[in-house]
Design a binder for this molecule. Structure first.
Ligand code: UGA
Length: 436
């Protein structure tokens, strides 16, 4: 089918490339000329394993352009995958989605389906349809359908090609038929519902996962108080299929471009409709506190960071991405600097993005060794494989004092103890109480 995709961020580009891989003819549209020229030369503007290879393998089936008229006029399906960033009040900013809707209305010359793939609050598809009908230039039928995505950064290609379900939010049999045709080579079960329910499924799923993380983080905090071990608690809970063993990793909280934004947006939507979403509100609050949990723990050892040398391993909100959005590092590192610390950082892919935000105050290192040498404390914020496999004896060998504050439970307590480290993690009993 002839499909155009508006927006080449995670959602748009990954969807486009995967649809091409499954035999569709795709036009990718973006207003950013630099991004388009990168993609025309075979480079992905986002760091996503497997994406560039798939772009290369499907280059005959994908065109990149900044010209929306060219992209929309004769498309059978137009997918909106532009960003819906958070506004100051927590609601989703829909201006990019609505701008695309207006452009579609002015250019489409044949009947087509417009699919909203961006994460949007309930009722947005109705609004998109209204905008299109108000601005429509030609006498054509343009239907609007919701089709949320469930891909995660770092595994986006795999998540799209092997998704657990494809949600189709439709108001007509024709829209359902055409969308099923677009996905016919995917062999993934469909959930067919109306548009509002589809919009809601996306938020309900993301907010449930955020809740699950905040829940396990609270359990971890309680484990520390009562002398239990969160690893064992999570294992014992997760073996119950009604609970499931995924998203039970305790840590310093969730970040990224989705959970923080989507929890706030749903909470905002509920409040706007005079309903208090208490569980989601609690998940947000727990997460805010969890992000600075390690700094609170460090107070046991030092009253202030003034004059201390601090190593930070991991800057991104999770491994497998260079994305820093709402990452715990963004909250913690400024607090350390403000308190007078000298901060050295290392991340395998997130350093350049971090440098753009903090160009001067931080010492950017090229290896874990270089980062930890002669430091007083080492904070771990992201569970990169390189950090997990780093020999523990090196901390003792290279650091001034081997105090490790691990926000992602990268090491076993026994191994940390055997390596002579003062090791604090999340929800597990500590090895030593005093610094030697
Ligand atoms: C999330 C969802 O997992 C996707 O299903 C969804 O499509 C996507 O948002 C979206 O709305 O676009 P993503 O933000 O890429 O995907 O990352 P996740 O792997 O879900 O991780 C989010 C955060 O939760 C990370 O900071 C991670 O460290 C944290 N997390 C995750 C935990 O702290 N514990 C866990 O057990 C799992």
């Amino acid at each position: 089918m002839k499909i155009s995709v508006a927006g080449t961020g995670y959602v748009g580009l990954v969807t486009a490339v995967c649809l091409a891989e499954r035999g569709n003819n795709i036009t990718c549209l973006d207003i950013d000329k630099e991004k388009i020229s990168l993609m025309q030369n075979g480079t992905s503007p986002i760091y996503e394993p497997g994406l560039e290879l798939l772009m290369e393998q499907n280059k005959e089936n994908i065109t990149y352009t900044t010209d929306y008229m060219k992209a929309y006029s004769d498309a059978q399906i137009i997918i909106i995958g532009v960003g819906t960033p958070e506004k100051k009040d927590g609601s989703a900013n829909l201006k990019y989605v609505f701008e695309v809707a207006r452009q579609i209305a002015q250019t489409v010359e044949q009947d087509c389906i417009v699919i909203v793939k961006s994460t949007v609050p309930v009722g947005t598809n109705d609004k998109v349809e209204q905008i299109i009908n108000e601005h429509k230039k030609y006498n054509v039928t343009i239907e609007v359908a919701s089709n949320p995505e469930f891909l995660s950064q770092g595994t986006a290609v795999k998540d799209t090609l092997n998704a657990t379900r494809i949600v189709l939010g439709v108001e007509s049999e024709n829209a359902e038929k055409l969308m099923k045709e677009m996905y016919k080579e995917f062999d993934i079960p469909f959930v067919v519902t109306n548009r509002r329910s589809a919009e809601m499924i996306k938020y309900a799923a993301n907010d449930f996962l955020a809740l699950k993380i905040s829940y396990i983080n609270e359990m971890a905090n309680l484990c520390e108080i009562v002398g239990a071990n969160i690893d064992d608690v999570a294992l014992g809970m997760g073996m119950d299929p009604r609970i499931g063993n995924r998203f039970l990793n305790a840590g310093i909280g969730y970040g990224g471009s989705c959970f923080p934004k989507d929890t706030k947006a749903l909470h905002w939507l509920a409040s706007f409709n005079d309903y208090e979403l208490k569980t989601v509100k609690a998940a947000i609050e727990v997460n805010e506190n969890q992000k600075i949990k390690l700094i609170k723990k460090s107070r046991k050892y030092f009253d202030s960071f003034n004059g201390l040398s601090i190593a930070v391993l991991g800057l991104t909100f999770k491994p497998g991405t260079d994305d820093l959005r709402d990452a715990p590092s963004l909250v913690n590192i400024p607090l350390m600097i403000e308190d007078g610390a000298n901060v050295k950082v290392w991340d395998p892919v997130g350093t350049e993005n971090f440098r753009r935000i903090f160009p001067d105050e931080i010492n950017y290192c090229k290896s874990i060794e270089e980062t930890i040498v002669d430091t007083d404390i080492c904070f771990i914020f992201t569970e990169w494989a390189e950090i997990k496999s780093f020999p523990l004896n090196k901390y003792k060998e290279l650091m001034k004092r081997p105090l490790i504050l691990d926000g992602r439970n990268c090491y076993s307590l026994t191994e940390a103890e055997d390596a002579g480290l003062v090791y604090e993690s999340i929800g597990r009993r500590k090895v030593h109480t005093l610094i030697e």
